[in-house]
Design a protein around this ligand. Structure first.
Ligand SMILES: Cc1cc2nc3c(=O)[nH]c(=O)nc-3n(C[C@H](O)[C@H](O)[C@H](O)COP(=O)(O)OP(=O)(O)OC[C@H]3O[C@@H](n4cnc5c(N)ncnc54)[C@H](O)[C@@H]3O)c2cc1C
Ligand SMILES: *[C@@H]1O[C@H](CO)[C@@H](O)[C@H](O)[C@H]1NC(C)=O
Ligand SMILES: *[C@@H]1O[C@H](CO)[C@@H](O)[C@H](O)[C@H]1NC(C)=O
Ligand SMILES: *[C@@H]1O[C@H](CO)[C@@H](O)[C@H](O)[C@H]1NC(C)=O
Ligand SMILES: *[C@@H]1O[C@H](CO)[C@@H](O)[C@H](O)[C@H]1NC(C)=O
Ligand SMILES: *[C@@H]1O[C@H](CO)[C@@H](O)[C@H](O)[C@H]1NC(C)=O
Ligand SMILES: *[C@@H]1O[C@H](CO)[C@@H](O)[C@H](O)[C@H]1NC(C)=O
Ligand SMILES: *[C@@H]1O[C@H](CO)[C@@H](O)[C@H](O)[C@H]1NC(C)=O
Ligand SMILES: *[C@@H]1O[C@H](CO)[C@@H](O)[C@H](O)[C@H]1NC(C)=O
Length: 571
């Protein structure tokens, strides 16, 4: 009897153990905390930043060389704030120093976020997965067939078809009625018209991130160090002419200093994949950047490179909350309308997220808790304004959360800004200016996007998810039902869509630039003017690829890994 019960008990434990092991943490024998790393070590490749591009790059290079991947954050595995779709926003509203997300506010006044975790932005994002169009691939000068193979390599592991429920289906049908044609069904391809895109959330709502691409790694070729914050790239002067990158200094969670160097070998390199804020920041901290600016921070100039930190852009996003008489499903982005006038229409519904209460009474991707505060113009989005909006939100009736947001993102964008150091601390945010809507073309694309959203709201297909008495001006001026849409700061904002665009601009977190191709790096992503150093991530883009960038960021990590290895192995 006793033995019988014990064996059931043991079987249950073993089953549970296996279940957790497969759901929560893969057996990454190569991953460890930086505190246990030696003070000096040597590799063929050192990659700074285990993000959306860094993980696929490291997995690929490890096949035929020794690779060190340094990530300042921790592991995403086992953290429900990251892994579960219904807790989207939990990490973004966690402002502690150990949060996987680091908040920053641009000089424009828009609240934003950057990743601090293995897997990078793919651990925080809304999961939408869609490729760049072939003309983007051609303009950048990539090799088309290798691009397609690299996308497929990524898709094999991290992408899924989203469940299309009632509310997202109504948005799709509304887009078609609004003339965003044809209906392209479910596809990863970028095609004019309306489509369902991929997602990195599986059928159970579990997130699959760029860190999962490390499954492809050769465990004997790779070392991943977590909580390893790189402070500096070290340069030597080869024949006193061109600086040569040969090592890095990083600090572990206890603040101890470590050095990693390249082994001797002509093909060995350091690759920066620290993202659009991190990569230009680290180049400057290492002495590559505008000389006067570096001198002002007492940084020894290795190379005067005035274009480091230039060409920073963030695609403006504006959204309209549409209250619904019917309950709606919880959804992140599943449908996209790709218009001919340069605006992408997407949508999210339901009351998911941002930590704590159950049911979660919150606005998800548009919650003031995560810094999305379109009810006041950018420069007024202070902590006090956020607190006030959250307090207001907490007093609302459950029905105030029933509904969804239809958003538009301006493609490109054309407007650009710049990034500067605030201090010499790599863990702190640099200062960044995006200049939203500085160029009139961006503004007119926003206005046309909002006009298309109006058509969707008014469509027959969408009618059951809106109240009939709410016209667009009423919706835009909706102050009674929640901290959403616009509290009329400028009295003309509900009548002038230009003013509405400017006053309610938010981020869709697709910011990019700072180390652009042709300016800071060459066509092979090699940093101009120095040797053995590349930058591979979203900081190299001139425009955001496709409707949403993550597919192309992961693809680029794989693509460049394959190219670098084939150069290495070429005789
Ligand atoms: C909230 C949110 C929602 C989004 N939604 C979508 C979406 O639905 N679909 C989509 O396609 N895209 C989406 N995006 C955008 C997409 O996720 C990003 O464009 C992409 O992740 C950027 O990848 P990256 O490799 O350039 O940078 P990251 O992924 O940010 O990687 C940079 C890595 O470098 C590390 N790092 C930085 N500095 C250092 C240092 N000094 N030492 C060590 N490590 C360092 C960081 O911790 C980070 O892990 C979203 C982004 C966010 C934040
Ligand atoms: C994890 O992988 C390592 C090396 O690949 C192997 O030695 C070890 O047995 C594995 N552990 C488990 C629990 O599977
Ligand atoms: C790694 O370090 C972090 C930060 O110090 C700590 O929270 C975590 O528990 C450590 N993990 C392991 C496996 O030691
Ligand atoms: C590179 O690695 C792959 C996979 O591990 C292996 O099949 C191939 O033989 C290696 N090539 C060389 C030249 O070492
Ligand atoms: C999840 O996020 C909440 C805040 O949104 C935070 O309080 C909590 O500590 C986080 N949990 C983990 C495991 O990071
Ligand atoms: C890449 O795949 C897309 C479809 O996803 C196709 O339209 C394109 O022609 C392919 N490009 C090449 C060079 O094969
Ligand atoms: C730079 O160094 C000088 C001289 O040591 C010092 O006075 C100044 O405060 C330093 N500036 C910064 C930004 O650290
Ligand atoms: C917008 O709402 C405010 C406050 O409720 C009201 O005073 C104003 O007249 C409204 N404007 C329009 C154009 O509806
Ligand atoms: C709206 O009003 C503000 C302040 O009154 C003014 O600065 C702005 O130019 C107006 N916008 C438009 C588009 O008329």
């Amino acid at each position: 009897m006793g033995v019988w019960w014990w064996s059931i008990f043991l079987a249950a434990i073993l089953f549970f153990h296996d279940f957790c092991a497969s759901e929560i943490a893969p057996n990454y024998s190569f991953m460890q905390n930086a505190t246990s790393a030696p003070s000096v070590s040597y590799y063929d490749y050192i990659i700074v930043g285990g993000g959306t591009a860094g993980c696929p790059l490291a997995a690929t290079l490890s096949q035929n060389s020794s690779v060190l991947l340094l990530e300042r954050g921790g592991s995403p595995y086992g953290n429900p704030n990251i892994t579960s779709l219904s807790s989207f926003g939990a990490a973004l509203s966690d402002l502690s120093p150990t949060s996987p997300s680091q908040r920053f506010i641009s000089e424009d006044g828009v609240i934003n976020a950057r990743a601090r975790v293995l897997g990078g932005g793919s651990c925080l994002n809304a999961g939408f997965y869609t490729r760049a169009p072939p003309d983007y691939v051609r303009d950048v000068g990539w090799n088309g067939p290798l691009v397609n193979e690299s996308y497929e390599w990524v898709e094999e592991v991290v992408t899924f078809e989203p469940p299309m429920r009632q509310w997202q289906s109504a948005v799709r049908d509304g887009l078609l009625e609004a003339g965003v044609l044809p209906n392209n069904g479910f596809t990863y391809d970028h095609l004019y018209g309306t489509k369902i895109g991929g997602t990195i959330f599986d059928q159970k709502g579990q997130r699959h991130t760029a860190a999962d691409l490390l499954e492809y790694a050769n465990p004997t070729g790779l070392t991943v160090l977590l909580h390893a914050s790189v402070h500096k790239i070290l340069f030597r002067h080869k024949g006193k002419i061109r600086p040569l990158a040969h090592g890095v200094i990083f600090r572990d969670a206890k603040g101890a200093k470590h050095r990693a160097y390249l082994k001797n070998g002509p093909k060995n390199e350091i690759i920066i994949s620290s993202g659009a804020l991190g990569s230009p920041q680290l180049l400057m901290l290492s002495g590559v950047g505008p000389a006067e600016h570096l001198k002002a921070h007492n940084i020894t100039v290795v190379l005067d490179q005035p274009l480091v930190g230039q060409g920073m852009s963030d695609n403006p996003m504006n959204a309209i909350f549409v209250p619904s008489p019917l309950p709606v499903e919880v959804s992140l982005i599943q449908v996209v309308g790709i218009t001919h006038f340069g605006s992408y229409i997407e949508a999210a519904s339901g009351e998911n997220f941002a930590g704590g209460s159950s049911p979660p009474r919150d606005y998800g991707m548009f919650s003031p808790k995560i810094g999305q505060l379109s009810t006041v113009p950018p420069k007024q989005r202070t902590q006090e304004a956020i607190d006030k909006a959250v307090e207001y939100m907490n007093q609302l009736d459950d029905t105030a959360f029933r509904g969804g947001f239809i958003l538009e993102k301006v493609m490109g964008p054309v407007s650009t800004g710049h990034l500067e150091l605030r201090n010499r601390n790599p863990n702190e945010n640099p200062s960044v200016t995006f200049n939203y809507f500085k160029e009139l073309q961006d503004l007119s694309r926003c206005v046309q996007g909002i006009q298309t959203i109006e058509k969707i709201i008014d469509s027959k297909a969408f009618s059951k998810f809106r109240y009939n008495f709410m016209s667009l001006p009423t919706l835009l001026n909706m102050t009674a039902s929640g901290p959403i849409n616009l509290l009329p700061k400028h009295s003309n904002a509900s009548t002038s869509l230009e003013q509405y665009c400017k006053d309610t601009v938010m981020t869709i977190w697709h910011y990019h630039g700072g180390c652009q191709v042709g300016k800071v790096v060459d066509q092979d992503y090699k940093v101009l003017g120095v040797d053995a150093l590349r930058v591979i991530d979203g900081s190299t883009f001139n425009y955001s690829p496709g409707t949403n960038p993550q597919a192309t960021v992961m693809m680029l990590g794989r693509y460049m890994g394959v190219k670098i290895l084939s150069e290495r192995l070429a005789k």
